[in-house]
Design a protein around this ligand. Sequence first.
Ligand code: GAL
Length: 456
Amino acid sequence: MTIEPSRAPSMSQTPSLSETGFPKRWMSTGAPAFVLALALCQVSFVGANASEGVAKLPVMGFNTWNAYQAGLPEDIVIKNANLMVSLGLADAGYNYVNIDDCYAARQRDSAGDIVANQTKFPSGMKALTDSIHALGLNAGIYSDAGWFTCQLYPGSYQNEERDAKLFRDDWGFDYLKYDNCAVPFDNITRQNIMGRYARMANAISDLSQSMGKPPLILSLCEWGREQAWLWGRRYGQSWRTTDDITPTRLSVAGIINQNSFYSWASDFYGHNDMDMLEIGNGNLTYEESKTHFIAWALMKSPLLIGTDLEVASNQTIEILTNREIIAINQDPVVGTSVTPFRWGINPDYVSNDTHPAQYWSGESQNGTINTLDEPATMFFNLTESPWIRAGRQYSVKDLWAHSDNGTAVRNFTARDVPPHGVVALLLRDAGDEPEGLWPPCAVTEWCISQSGVRID
Ligand code: GAL
């Protein structure tokens, strides 16, 4: 069997279509020892990206769920909105206040509209969003692509247009988290998950056009069950990639591990959502909380605070407002996530929920995460990261301590990284490395002089 070497198509080249409608270069010509199950369906995108042009960067804000679940009355929401301003969180970039499930009455009203629970929201939703807007913040609401939400309040299935209008136009919200519980029977939907999400995406898009206002930001919440990282950006600006977070080290480690395999999917206008932050909740240690925050920020996840800000410790606020870390999450020039360049404790590409990949890098920054249970010395060669140039040296800045850590030539060692801790480093090009270093290539494989003398 001969296999034609693959050639990368140039950006301007559109692959030619075969008679079946598939690009020719994807067609199998031999008999490989694996099965490719191609769903031969007519590929029609059920709804375009409804909200193009909004949420270029990961959304930052506050969400009620992790701290309060069903106990989210309006005074709690307003209290946290005010604290976002007074604690400096709004200044640091947190500018959404989002209410989650359990705000509604169990039944729609006789006109068919969702009704806010009057005990929890006696002033009504419009008054709530007015108060949030008056603080210079945006407001977010929650619904579900099925008959009910996960706590069995009304979902938006078959009411997408009505609900989009209620949320955006009548109530004044700017953002919608859209869950995936209580899905209708198959003989009703005759759709896949994309079709169900497309219904709301289209309603949002149509409404935006008719109102002449920016669309609701749409945050998809299907917990990674159906690979939303592959298609989520067609419909919304973020998509959950994993199950619900809990305030434990193992939950944080598992989410980092799983997202390490999809980190390529985040970029401007569409982000893997690693779930709301648990910093300040449960028994996360300082080091674990730092790791949690740095991983979420550098992997370009939305950063939604999930703790009661009234009792948040100074340490919690300090972590949440680390501006050098936030600056990377909110980088207006580089939209992509950090990705692992070496797994470390595991062989590369091995999935391990308790010990995720340890060495990560990305454009404009370089970071390592220590998931060991003991303090560790962590060493890496600079050019293990694809973003580092051979033959150059780099100044090193610690993004947590805000200290300058000298100049790295060819490699860097972070000593005594605490258990479950993290070191986040910003490496800046500092010119040519010193002359005369040996070996002449930092990576010696296929290192060769112009006259053909191989070094490796
Ligand atoms: C889950 C979702 C949580 C929260 C909860 C509310 O499906 O992942 O973040 O929104 O529903 O019932």
